[in-house]
Design a protein around this ligand. Structure first.
Ligand SMILES: NC(=O)c1ccc[n+]([C@@H]2O[C@H](COP(=O)([O-])OP(=O)(O)OC[C@H]3O[C@@H](n4cnc5c(N)ncnc54)[C@H](OP(=O)(O)O)[C@@H]3O)[C@@H](O)[C@H]2O)c1
Length: 349
């Protein structure tokens, strides 16, 4: 059904869908509940905004209640039309979770609130459930550029500047335009500073998490701090653009442990990645515009748990294989992408 064919009142859950009340959720430090799976909305180079807005409608019709958006995805206006249709169809605003993110060229304090308001208007909402700082670096790069591209005025993470951005995020909570604020693509070292200095604590940290990249140390740190980890690229982003691939990257959906579980359950290995993620405790946000795919991802969350042996086998599948390396955020010559992630616990300058 196309967006234009959707009519108010038409939003009953599809017969083969999942009752949203059965989908697990996570409790944030505020006491709010967030659905433990969301639909990713980054179409990369492959899908149009219209196709993704259509997927948002379709996903809501099969039981999704959580949508992971971002200004830089360039599709919030179209998704906003879908969110309006969903609500006109009888789904209450408080039963839908919508996230958006502040892009890197808008970290200047004067830009934060106006940029947020653009997202809010495009999404046709009166508040957002979660607003994230998309990357801790203020360095702009246009969507789709090659990984060798660098901003001419690129800078490292500067905590004082990040906190100035965070103060504006806090104001959005104060005035009720945002329920929760959070971060993405952080390191433990950066999060420690933020937790030390924040007036309003981050509720979530969005980070790359999939079986071949489990970030056990950071995952534990985030969980222990009472921050909910949202896992992006939960399937290992198998169809990401070639510019984001390197020869050493692991392929999660071909991992023997994942494939063996998929065979037992009679599902696609992608579904196992999502199932494992929810069972481990993170909130995966798998992307797909295809109904069969996003429905099976959602269904996985209400299936019987993986066995302890299967969970152990997936834990052992970790290859420390980061896929979204962030090269475009590097700020000086001679660096490697590892410098972005503070692997030795010290923030690189
Ligand atoms: N915070 C950040 O910096 C950040 C970074 C990256 C991503 N994200 C968010 O995370 C979301 C997900 O990441 P992602 O799209 O890179 O990776 P992903 O969800 O790991 O992979 C998506 C791809 O997996 C395939 N897939 C999905 N479900 C499937 C199923 N049931 N069976 C078979 N194949 C399936 C689809 O391929 P086909 O399309 O070929 O079917 C889809 O394009 C994004 O949309 C975005 O919202 C955030």
């Amino acid at each position: 059904m196309s967006i234009s064919e959707q009519r108010p009142g038409s939003f009953a859950i599809a017969e083969d869908g999942v009752d949203p009340a059965l989908v697990p959720n996570r409790v944030l430090w505020t006491g709010a509940r967030m659905p433990a799976i969301g639909l990713g909305t980054f179409g990369s180079d492959r899908f149009s905004g219209e196709q993704i807005a259509e997927a948002v409608l379709g996903a809501a019709a099969v039981g999704y209640r959580h949508f992971d958006c971002a200004r830089v995805y360039g599709n919030e206006r179209l998704i906003g039309a879908s969110l309006e249709t969903i609500q006109a169809g009888g789904i209450r605003r408080e039963d839908v979770w919508v996230t958006s993110k502040l892009w890197n060229d808008k970290h200047a304090p004067a830009d934060v609130i106006p940029t947020f308001k653009e997202s809010l208007a495009d999404l046709r909402l009166e508040y957002l459930d979660l607003y994230l700082i998309h990357w801790p670096f203020p360095n702009h790069h246009a969507p789709g550029v090659d990984v060798t591209s660098r901003a001419p005025n690129a800078r490292p993470y500067i905590h004082e500047e990040f906190m100035a951005t965070w103060r504006e995020m806090e104001k959005l909570v104060d005035v009720g335009l945002v329920r929760h604020i959070g971060t993405s693509n952080m390191s433990v070292a950066k999060l420690k500073l933020l937790l030390r200095d924040a007036r309003i604590k981050p509720a979530c940290n969005e980070m790359e998490l999939h079986p071949c990249f489990q970030q056990p140390e950071m995952f534990k740190f985030v969980m222990d701090a009472g921050i909910v980890p949202i896992g992006f690229a939960p399937i290992g982003s198998p169809t990401r653009p070639d510019r984001d691939k390197t020869p050493d990257d692991a392929v999660d959906i071909e991992d023997p442990a994942i494939v063996a579980i998929a065979k037992r359950l009679g599902v696609h290995p992608a579904t196992v990645c999502v199932k494992w993620a929810v069972q481990r405790g993170q909130v995966p946000i798998p992307f797909s515009i295809y109904r069969n795919e996003y429905l099976s991802n959602l269904r996985s969350t209400v299936m019987a748990p993986l066995t302890d042996e299967e969970m152990a086998a997936v834990a052992a599948a970790d290859r420390n294989s980061r896929l979204i390396k962030g090269q475009v955020f590097l700020w000086k010559e001679g660096q490697t992408w590892e410098d972005l992630w503070d692997l030795d616990g010290v923030i690189a300058r």
